[in-house]
Design a protein around this ligand. Structure first.
Ligand SMILES: NC(=O)c1ccc[n+]([C@@H]2O[C@H](COP(=O)([O-])OP(=O)(O)OC[C@H]3O[C@@H](n4cnc5c(N)ncnc54)[C@H](O)[C@@H]3O)[C@@H](O)[C@H]2O)c1
Ligand SMILES: [Zn+2]
Length: 361
């Protein structure tokens, strides 16, 4: 069977990302190949498990399944404690393996439990959303939210295996699927003209979730994220490029209290704002902004933005944790697949760009 294998090198060792249609059906073989013992705990949520548990469960015999409540609002320490409780009650030892089967929320929570239980047990990611397959499952960031902010508590902890099966995406709500695709557009626009072109070419098959069309874009995304993360595990330099679209995007999420937009949708607007800033500076040709807008447009409508005030969005940008030394670092596109970072944008520049993407002055 065709499969793609990407080796990720980290200072703490190597691990494979394996991508193939139907991969979850032979997960137990992969675990055995990697020498991961028979003591396994599957962490998932009721929604994902309802769709996929009847298939996956019997194929991982002997695993204890721990379902955690579904949703970002349960991405908190008390949910991690529920996982610890299950591990303690089952007398799980250092050699145990925690398998996260779910979207980014399940992966982040389970990864943090795996990183901290007995100072670290084996961790395997089986991402089930497109966002998790192209982004959150790669890079080793795990953690939970605090009442004071998102992802404030966490660790860097690498999995032993990331197993990506595009067939799992069939049951994903359309909006969730599209939300993940905006991140793929981000990789293309920021770092790979080839990926960007492929998205345009294969979009109909991608939207139909044809595994043959999905595998190459997932693989490219994983390679891009892996190579950036390898250069920069702790996010000081190169990893910043992956923040393309995220400065304005995070601000839009914050001013709408994380209710209006899926993360990727806010990033779509953020990429448009960055493209507008780049044009205003003469860094990007207008027809390339148009290519970005047209690809984003082909995915379908985004939730509205026209009623939002510009002032609070700019304020939220300056409060974002990614602001270093009081300056907003903006990743601006200079072409398809290339970016530059600027840190001298004025409020006037920002206002103008936000107006340019349809916000209220
Ligand atoms: N660790 C990182 O580097 C990193 C990077 C980006 C995002 N994140 C985190 O990821 C989270 C967002 O992840 P997400 O977008 O995957 O959201 P999510 O995990 O909440 O999943 C979205 C929804 O889809 C459901 N779902 C998952 N798989 C499904 C399937 N196969 N079929 C049907 N429904 C399914 C989930 O239960 C949920 O309702 C955020 O908490 C974010 O902070 C982490
Ligand atoms: Zn993102």
């Amino acid at each position: 069977m065709d499969q793609i294998r990407i080796e990720i090198a980290t200072p703490f060792g190597r691990y494979p990302v394996i991508i193939a249609e139907g991969l979850v059906g032979r997960l137990h073989l992969l675990l055995r190949e990697l020498g991961l013992g028979e003591r396994r705990f599957v962490i998932s949520n009721p929604l994902v498990w309802r769709f996929h548990g009847t298939f996956i469960g019997p194929r991982l015999p002997g695993s204890e399944v721990v379902l955690i409540p579904e949703g970002e609002r349960f991405k908190v320490l008390s949910t991690v404690t529920r996982i610890y409780d299950a591990l303690v009650n089952a007398h799980a030892e250092r050699s145990a393996t925690l398998i996260a089967i779910g979207g980014g929320v399940v992966g982040d929570i389970a990864g943090f439990a795996a990183a901290t239980y007995l100072r670290g047990i084996n961790f395997v990611q089986v991402p089930t959303t497109l966002l998790a397959q192209v982004d959150s499952a790669i890079g080793g960031k795990v953690g939970v939210n605090h009442a004071a902010g998102k992802n404030l508590i966490g660790a860097f902890y690498q999995p032993r295996l990331v197993a990506i099966d595009p067939l799992l995406l069939k049951t994903l709500e359309r909006r969730e699927f599209r939300a993940g695709l905006y991140e793929v557009i981000k990789y293309g626009m920021a770092l790979s003209a080839d990926l960007f072109a492929r998205l345009g070419r294969d979009l109909t098959r991608i939207l139909a979730r044809d595994p043959a069309a999905l595998i190459p874009i997932i693989a490219d995304s994983c390679r891009i994220k892996a190579s950036v993360v390898e250069q920069d595990e702790r996010e000081s330099g190169p990893r910043r490029v992956l923040n393309f679209g995220h400065t304005a995007g995070h601000a839009l999420e914050a001013v709408t209290k994380y209710r209006r937009y899926r993360h990727g949708e806010a990033i779509a607007y953020g990429m448009m704002a960055a493209a507008q800033l780049a044009i205003d500076r003469g860094l990007l040709a207008p027809d390339l902004r148009q290519a970005l807008a047209s690809l984003i447009g082909q995915l379908g409508p985004l939730p509205p933005i026209g009623d939002l005030q510009i002032g609070p969005v700019i304020e939220a940008m300056t409060l974002d944790k990614k602001v270093a030394d009081g300056k907003i670092h903006f990743v601006l596109p200079t072409g398809i697949g290339s970016t530059t970072i600027v840190n001298d944008l004025t409020e006037r520049d920002l206002k103008r760009a936000l107006k340019g993407i349809g916000m209220k002055a």
